[in-house]
Design a protein around this ligand. Sequence first.
Ligand code: ASP
Length: 304
Amino acid sequence: MMTRTQSPIIIVHGGAGKIPHGEQDQYNKGVIEAVEAGYDLLRSGSSLEAVVEAVRCMEDNPILNAGLGSALTIRKTVEMDALVIDGSTNRMGGVMGVSKVRNPVLLSKIILEKDKHLLYATEGAHEFARNLGMELISPEELITPRARDLLESYLSKLSAPSDSLAGKTGTVGAVAIDHEGNLAAATSTGGIRGKEIGRIGDTPIPGAGTWADDELAFSATGVGEWIIKTMLGLRTKMHLLISPTAEHALKRALNDMRILINGTAGAIVVTRSKGWVAFHTTPTMAWAMKEKNMKKSFLNPSGW
Ligand code: ASP
């Protein structure tokens, strides 16, 4: 029987960077659908179930950069990373560079539940999935015409002097706290558009793009190289120890990133006792949150 002491909260993000012109409403709809799907499970279930469902929902959304519609590598292929962490039990599972599973977050959750190895990469991850009886798909099935167009436009500007990793980003993530006060985080991504083959970002690195423990759950988005260099998840955790709120802690961590490497990022954080925050130093970040008497999204901060 659950001890109901905590009012459940879920926050999701649909990626930072620049939302392509005219797609704001679709991003907003995508994050709202995901937060509703996660919250439905959170009413009576665990934060782990809720974040996995919210991320699965966004992986299936072709507009968002994860699962179907993932950003493409420089060789026009898909390579996805994901990580799921259950803060209450310290279990985690993740995948790197996978291309033959429809929902990397579901495979990550099974890895977490098996509790043997934490991270599986490329063909080893596919073999693990096959042995479990999961359907393996052709990577082509994950490639959308929109993802091809965005890559073409990226490649055509490659020689531009102002080109940088920023703005090629997008990722999906969810953090939640359930009735029992358990925290969980999940993040999934196709990575940065035009990335080299074999490049791994921050998403599946515990403490960088994804983190959860008994105090906070964290999911980031932005240039993975910058997020790893500053270990943004753990940095936010360290700041939380001496900060009055989650908002202070995240803002301090992002300020460190700016000072140390002149980088930007976005993140969502929910804590056991210091509130929640969705904040970014990138131009935009699609996000939505829901709790009992409140729901907000980046387009409708006063509710939808
Ligand atoms: N952090 C992801 C990566 O670097 C991309 C993103 O969040 O936009 O793979």
